[in-house]
Design a protein around this ligand. Structure first.
Ligand code: FES
Length: 124
């Protein structure tokens, strides 16, 4: 029997915005008007492509890579994309989500995204 299918991907979009005057950078910023439209753009693009039923966009708070914002995290794959614009989101959807190829140019630099520490090694 077929159950309800899982999403093929979740796309976590950081929607954290620092209060005006805060020096700390954030993914949604007063100084970057495009950053305020990226969540809507992402959802619209998924709808236009007809894949919103299998690719679920999720709004999150800070993903702890604020200096590189705006960021999204694509799961599965643990792929962190940084410095996003509408154009870059379009390419990520076309090439990675639909095409199956990670867009390496927009992936966070390796030194900012090292291998995870296993919780079993960290747990006391
Ligand atoms: S504000 Fe987006 S990662 Fe911190």
């Amino acid at each position: 029997m077929m159950g309800i299918p899982q999403p093929a991907f979740y796309i976590f979009k950081c929607q954290q915005s620092a209060p005006p005057g805060m020096p700390k950078p954030s993914c949604v910023s007063q100084n970057n008007p495009e950053s305020q439209e990226l969540m809507q753009h992402l959802s619209q693009k998924l709808m236009m492509k007809g894949i919103i039923g299998t690719v679920q966009p999720i709004q999150t708070s800070c993903l702890n890579r604020c200096q590189q914002g705006p960021v999204i995290l694509v799961e599965p794959g643990h792929t962190m994309y940084v410095g996003l614009t509408k154009e870059k989101i379009d390419r990520i959807i076309d090439e990675h989500i639909i095409g199956g190829n990670v867009v390496n140019e927009y992936v966070i630099p390796e030194q900012m995204w090292g291998e995870p520490v296993s919780p079993s090694d960290m747990a006391r």
